[in-house]
Structure formats: structure tokens, C-alpha cells
Design a protein around this ligand. Structure first.
Ligand code: ADP
Ligand code: PRP
Length: 227
């Protein structure tokens, strides 16, 4: 039984954990190198609060009718909220998934566990452009795992980010400070294909992102069809 839970609570949690794992684990082998040339993996990265989820949501709505570009939901050990579109997963289910190799990719940040389901690999192999908000700390792992990787950095000046994190109102002051500190450590190591300075309206950044994604999809189609 899960510690600290009642018998009923534990069985509900275990059921939830099993369902989440079943969803995430359609394929067990996480090695994809060499098998992903048909599609592309697009990493959306940048400091917490820069606007990654906002631009992703906008680009997703612009590209809703384009079947070549997909935006898989992440599994996050955080409650659902309107600012991002993720599947909530319990800490127990997340840890079981990591142990059992059930995820395509996983990482820890801000005291939370994040994972991408195995369906991500299947989509890239199937020729899709797969767009995911990921940690800057796992970019090199993604390059090792996938052949065709693109990196989009979404950023903004630190003062703007700080203000946005405050206004978002999801984290405490200490948690905002920790996010700002983490960004300082991770920002130097990137060599992005596209940088979006998200200081204008969300619509402008979202349109820029969607234009880039369309270009990636067009290139994938050209390579696949040998034109
Ligand atoms: N271009 C923008 N202009 C004004 N506010 C923005 C813009 N982009 C994002 N925001 C706001 O900033 C906050 C952080 O954005 P979010 O998309 O959650 O960032 P991230 O996913 O990078 O952590 C949210 O409250 C969001 O509404
Ligand atoms: O290692 P880093 O590059 O700093 O990234 C850490 C995490 O922060 C982002 O998530 P998320 O969008 O959930 O962050 P948020 O909680 O600030 O929205 C990103 O997708 C990672 O999951």
C-alpha cells in the first residue's frame, strides 16, 4: 500500500498509476537512434516564465489542421492548470514509469517529475514533426536518441520573466527565485536553430513558431519523398 494513504485511497492511486503507465508504455525500448529519420523532434526550451507554453498553445491552434505536426502532452507530477496542457501523473506512477523504462524521455526540475510518452517515438518514426517543451538539461540526450532534432529557444529579458512568473501566480517567491537561478546556470549551453525573443504579443511569437514548424515539416516531406 502507498504510505500514508487509506486502503481506498491507495487502490485509487494504484489504479491511476497503472492507467498512466499503460498509456505511456506502448513500446518498452527507449533507443530510437537511426530510426527517426522520417520525422523530426523539435525541442522547445527556455527559461521558466519566458512563455513556452503560451506560444506552444498558440502555434498548436494555428496548426490544428496540419496532421504533419503534433504536440504530444507531457506527463507532469503537477495538478492540471489552464496555462499548460499536460497529463497529471502521481509521483508514484512517475517513479514506477522511470524504473520500468516506460517513458520515451524523463527529467526532474522544480521538484517535479516530467515525462514524454513512448508515443513520441512512434510519431517521429511515423514521419511527424513532434513538438515538445523539454528541459535544457536533456537536449544532449535528445540528440543522442533522435536523428533529426531542432531546438527552439523561447526567451525574454530577466526582468520581464520575473514579472511574468509573479503574475502567473502559480509559484511562491522562493520558487520563482529558484527558477531564475536555474535559468542562469542553463542558459549558456544552447545553440538553437531559432530564438524567439517573446517580448511582443503572444500571437506574434506563436506565428513565428508555427512558421518554423511548417518549414521543418516541409523539409521532412522533401526528404521522405526524395524530391
Ligand atoms: N508574449 C507575452 N506577453 C505577455 N505575457 C506573456 C507572454 N507570453 C507569456 N506570457 C505570460 O507569462 C507567464 C508565463 O508564461 P508561460 O507560457 O507559462 O511560460 P513557460 O511555459 O515558459 O514557463 C504566463 O502568465 C503567460 O500568460
Ligand atoms: O531545465 P530547464 O530548461 O530549466 O527546464 C525545466 C523544466 O521547466 C520547463 O517546464 P515547465 O514549462 O513546466 O516550467 P514551468 O513550471 O516554469 O512552467 C521545462 O519544460 C522543463 O520541464
Amino acid at each position: 500500500m502507498i504510505q500514508g494513504a487509506s486502503a481506498d485511497g491507495a487502490s485509487a492511486k494504484e489504479k491511476f498509476a497503472k492507467e498512466a503507465l499503460a498509456k505511456a508504455a506502448s513500446v518498452k525500448d527507449a533507443s530510437v537512434k537511426g530510426a527517426s529519420a522520417r520525422g523530426a523532434f523539435v525541442c522547445i526550451v527556455g527559461p521558466s516564465g519566458a512563455g513556452k507554453d503560451s506560444l506552444l498553445m498558440h502555434a498548436r491552434s494555428i496548426l490544428a489542421n496540419d496532421p504533419a505536426i503534433v504536440f504530444p502532452r507531457r506527463l507532469v507530477t503537477r495538478e492540471h492548470n489552464d496555462a499548460e496542457d499536460h497529463d497529471s501523473i502521481s509521483r508514484e506512477a512517475y517513479e514506477a514509469g522511470v524504473r520500468e523504462g516506460a517513458f520515451c524521455l524523463h527529467w526532474e526540475a522544480h521538484g517535479l517529475g516530467y515525462a514524454l510518452p513512448m508515443a513520441v517515438r512512434e510519431a517521429v518514426e511515423g514521419g511527424k514533426v513532434v513538438v515538445c517543451n523539454v528541459s535544457r538539461a536533456i537536449i544532449s540526450e535528445i540528440f543522442e536518441r533522435f536523428d533529426n532534432v531542432h531546438v527552439v529557444l523561447i526567451t525574454a529579458p530577466p526582468t520581464v520573466i520575473m514579472e511574468r512568473l509573479r503574475q502567473r501566480g502559480r509559484e511562491s517567491g522562493a520558487s520563482i527565485d529558484a527558477r531564475m537561478e536555474r535559468s542562469k546556470r542553463l542558459s549558456a549551453v544552447l545553440n538553437p536553430d531559432l530564438t524567439i525573443m517573446n517580448t511582443g504579443p503572444v500571437e506574434i511569437g506563436g506565428e513565428r513558431l508555427s512558421r518554423f514548424l511548417r518549414r521543418v515539416a516541409e523539409k521532412c516531406a522533401v526528404v521522405r519523398e526524395g524530391v
